[in-house]
Design a protein around this ligand. Sequence first.
Ligand code: C5P
Length: 659
Amino acid sequence: MTSPDHLDLPPLLGAAGRVRLPGSKSISNRLLLLAALADGSTRIDGLLDSDDTRVMLDALRTLGVALERGDDGSCTVHGCGGLLPVRSADLFLGNAGTALRPLTAALALAGGDWRVRGVARMHERPIGDLVDALRGIGCAIDYLGNPGYPPLAIGHGAPRLDAPLRVRGDVSSQFLSALLLALPLLRCAHDVAIEVVGELISRPYVDLTLRLLARFGVDVRVEGWKRFIVPAGSRYRSPGRIAVEGDASSASYFLAAGVLGGGHGAAVRVEGVDAQSIQGDVAFARVLQQLGADIGWGEGWIEARGLRPGVRALAGGDLDCVAIPDAAMTLAVTALFAAAPTRLLGIGSWRVKETDRIAAMATELRKLGALVDCGDDWMRVQPLADRDWRSASIATYDDHRMAMCFSLASFGPADIRIEDPGCVAKTFPGYFDAFARIAKPVPVIAIDGPTASGKGTVAAHVASALGFGYLDSGVLYRVCALQALRRGVALDNAEALAALAADLPVRCAGAGVWLGDEDVALAIRGEAVGQAASRVAVLPSVRSALLARQRSLRRAPGLVADGRDMGTVVFPDAQLKVFLGASVSARAERRYKQLISQGISITLDDVRQDLEQRDARDSNRTVAALRPAVDALQLDNSELDVEQTVRQVLQWWGRQALG
Ligand code: C5P
């Protein structure tokens, strides 16, 4: 399947709705391994279907573990009772840390002839602390590339478990989790202790591991988060059936959306996690609550309903993120909307994730205009005032969380492009569809139609009735043509005209159209400029140079845009599209009266001829040709006056706003 190389997110006005979360990645991959090593078969319900779980499933199959996928998202794993059916294999584990680390530990303890490797980034993510711990008890592991990093060759060692295993806990808690998951494989006749060296980070993930081990019959004793004792005779026994909770890290994006875009009765509810969740990242909802969000909790759900009464913006301040490293990324983006700077502390582990997340986050936040400082394990993000936001194309570094977090930037007054949106498949393949279902874009009413169909007058009236902004896109083509005529640029010189369009210093204010310091409102209305505009408008390079400028006018509370391609090209997701038409004679008559009233002398015949020529050029050009969008409502207003036409458009708008 090919995925698009970017996704443009419309600016958002609000958010509301419900999201059923996909299964937790951390739980899914742990359960798969536990079930594979256990005695008996386990049916896992709600298993996450994503790149990282597919990597684990493939690895287990390669190791000879029998698995069946159900149509209902379940997976039945026939445990190997601690004895892997295969003794040698080469495992490719992509960029899935939750597969590579525990499998490394399990294979090293099982002994055999194994190779484990991943994508290039996986080979930059440290594993030395885990390898040292395993070598320390006599496992045979060699580095096949750079020392301290995968790929690894794992051989037949002779694990001795008479002394405690020692592992560092300050780079990644996954090393400790990996050892805990693997140790019961040895079915040791005496207690086995693991001692953590250094401060243990991401404790909730270790807690998650311990809880899942307990479901498979192994109760690890914990002494002050420093010593972990796997009791004598521990072996995994299948619980028969087990369900995966919804992913609490994935919940963070929707809860944040509910805070930034909810309130006044609108809420975003995530289903699949609640206050009883065993995942550390549910604490993210409590952090939002502390910062001023209105959060509701129920059985099987959490809901964000904007800010609490009296709170105007999320509070900033220092936030200790050591327990919520993944959800903390979401806080880096919500910090743009806070009342004061936010400092995220204890995020050193970001450096060794899918990418160097501190560097990546700082770079991309700065593209939006934010002031960001960072150090080895912290980051400070200043909020962005409306006027300081910049539109940006956000790079995602093959990191699903970068892509998901930055979708929240679309609550700001700028255009957000997410590059390589398909990278979310690592943990949440349907993310952007789910996000689109709860996101309420800033509304656009697109009114297209031929010259002199009255769309400009109608659009301006509709905008003022609704309090929306108004875009007369024809003005841009006319100003571009005026400038070209004045500068003597040939009307078929695509390159020069595109450069001119890109830098056009045009500004509309009320009835005025300013080109630099000059009001050209009248100058652009002449027929010569109109004719020139329709020639310039044929050029794809000019159209694309003007595209971003038109889209940037989509700002709360809404926009009415008139032109030829508003509903087809510029705002294809417009909530209401109207195609306004009128007979040539009605249009010629109107245009004639308008020109005469402006003191421009012309004959009705000339006006009619000019209209027909422009209609033909607008309709026959190869790009953005004048035609109704498939979902446009068509209105012939030959027999209607302005007021009647406006009333009809407002009625359609009212109907669609209700529906
Ligand atoms: O609408 P108006 O007559 O002011 O537009 C001037 C010319 O600009 C049109 O004849 C058309 O060729 C071009 N135009 C366009 N696309 C738009 C708006 C105007 O091609 N969205």
